[in-house]
Design a protein around this ligand. Structure first.
Ligand code: HEM
Length: 451
């Protein structure tokens, strides 16, 4: 997988750039096709955002190397991180590498451990089921809002350790689209163009304040639940092992905002794509339902069943492969560095993209085909580990990964068991790359039972 050049040199320039704007136009117009096309030009390719060179790593081995063994030269940073920190402040995902990140990661890690998440499985399932049960039969639904409601409800249930207050959930859900809306534009546009004040930017700034107010109230109003402690209780109890100090109030807010926004993006997108693919292929749905009937015959699903839902997990796996869901992540070169034999100057932004890696036809034959059996225990063995990196790698790998798997499997299982989701043939969802890749619209009708 790892590619090397014979001598050190500047990475090749991608074709199709314009004099003043560079590759901004193809990146804004056809971002996914443009990114996918870069693989043809080499393992590291130079593109221009205006006059600023940006280096895109298209090779899986080199991406992994950059995130792990060479991480000291490739710091977390770059334009995406600047754009995200406008609302997430110093949350775990936007903190620069260093002591504060290491301390925060140590404090936060236990709340996303497999054991802790497994202990919240029953509550997460109950909340997902009550949302799905509330849908009316035979009425078409715009599933984007539904899935955002589901992922947010399930996350808040785990965060609080109990069913979240409906008003709080609504308040957060209302502002999330505006919070995320301008992030990719702020990443791609040259700074002089991105700083022009527009009504959309003003709306976005208001939404940042509203989200922070909602999270502040959520923390203030939280009471430790009787049954299970939530993730938030762990955060409140966390003490820096060196100083014995709790997290500052501002840091706590930044962390919760980070979790709510990351969860709402990536997990929502993956579940939407999975439902779209299940709707196109009834055989996939039948196999999920058969598995659920075998694992939990004649009874509701419980948390301890999740580990046995092998096929349902394969469906989630394949949805994450095919649609990313992150297509543009960034690092900053902290000292003059080489990657794959190419010279990269200090201060440059490096882009890496699970989307590009997951569509490599050498590793994934017929890469555009949705095939959950790629991930059957026998076939998955032939896929190199670095070829599937939806959660990144190294010290900055997604801390929420165990939570994300449980959440997505729960939502898919509960939706599919309760309903047969019938796609609207007039609405063909198109991928829209925001921070993650969302379908522009997904309209499906819950019909009868999934059985
Ligand atoms: C399908 C679901 C998800 C995907 C594909 C995903 C993907 C990623 C990726 C690729 C990174 C690394 C970014 C980088 O290296 O620059 C990341 C980091 C992170 N993710 Fe996720 N994520 C998902 C779900 C979640 C959830 C559910 C949470 C929390 C509730 C979460 C919280 C975080 C945090 C806090 C970080 C920063 C970790 C650090 O820098 O130490 N993610 N995620």
């Amino acid at each position: 997988m790892k590619a090397t050049a014979t001598s050190t040199s500047a990475p090749p320039l991608a074709p199709g750039g314009a004099p003043l704007l560079g590759h901004v136009v193809p990146l804004l117009r056809h971002p996914l096709a443009f990114m996918d096309s870069l693989r043809r030009h080499g393992p590291v390719v130079r593109i221009m955002l205006g006059r600023i060179p940006v280096f895109v790593v298209t090779d899986a081995g080199l991406t992994h190397e950059m995130l792990t063994a060479r991480a000291a030269s490739f710091g977390k940073g770059g334009r995406l991180i600047e754009a995200l920190s406008r609302f997430a402040g110093n949350g775990l995902a936007t903190l620069a590498d260093g002591d504060l990140h290491r301390t925060q990661r140590r404090l936060v890690q236990p709340m996303f451990s497999r054991a802790f998440i497994a202990g919240r499985g029953d509550t997460m399932i109950e909340v997902a089921r009550s949302v799905v049960d509330g849908w009316a039969a035979d009425e078409p639904r715009e599933l984007h809002d539904d899935m955002q409601e589901l992922t947010l409800s399930v996350f808040l249930a785990a965060l609080l350790g109990t069913e979240p207050p409906e008003a709080t959930r609504r308040r957060i859900q209302r502002v999330l689209p505006d919070v995320m809306a301008g992030t990719i534009r702020a990443t791609i546009l040259p700074p002089w163009l991105g700083s022009v004040p527009t009504p959309a930017q003003r709306r976005q700034r208001t939404s940042f304040t509203e989200l922070r107010d909602a999270i502040r109230d959520l923390i203030d109003e939280h009471r430790r639940p009787a049954r299970d402690t939530g993730l938030l209780d762990l955060l409140l109890d966390a003490r820096d092992p060196d100083t014995g100090q709790p997290m500052s109030r501002r840091q706590l807010e930044d962390e919760v905002i980070t979790f709510v926004t990351t969860n709402g993006q990536a997990s929502t997108a993956t579940v939407l794509w999975a439902l779209h693919e299940i709707g196109r292929d009834p055989a996939v749905r039948d196999r999920i339902v058969a598995e659920l009937d075998q694992v939990a015959p004649g009874r509701p699903l419980v948390g301890s069943d999740l580990g046995s839902l092998t096929y349902t997990r394969q469906v989630v796996h394949e949805a994450m492969r095919l649609y990313g869901p992150a297509w543009l992540l960034t690092r900053t070169v902290t000292a003059p560095a080489q990657l794959g034999g190419f010279d990269l100057p200090r201060g440059a932004t490096v882009v890496f993209s699970p989307y590009i890696l997951h569509r490599d036809p050498v590793v994934y034959p017929a890469p555009a085909t949705f095939d959950p059996d790629r991930w059957s225990p026998e076939r998955a063995r032939s896929i190199p580990r670095t070829a599937f990196q939806p959660f990144g790698g190294g010290a900055r790998q997604c801390v929420g990964e165990p939570f994300a798997w449980s959440e997505m499997v729960i939502i898919l299982a509960e939706t599919t068991r309760r309903w047969r989701m019938v796609p609207d043939p007039a609405v063909i969802p198109r991928p829209v790359p925001r921070v993650t890749i969302h379908p522009d619209r997904l309209v499906m009708t819950p019909s009868g039972t999934g059985r």
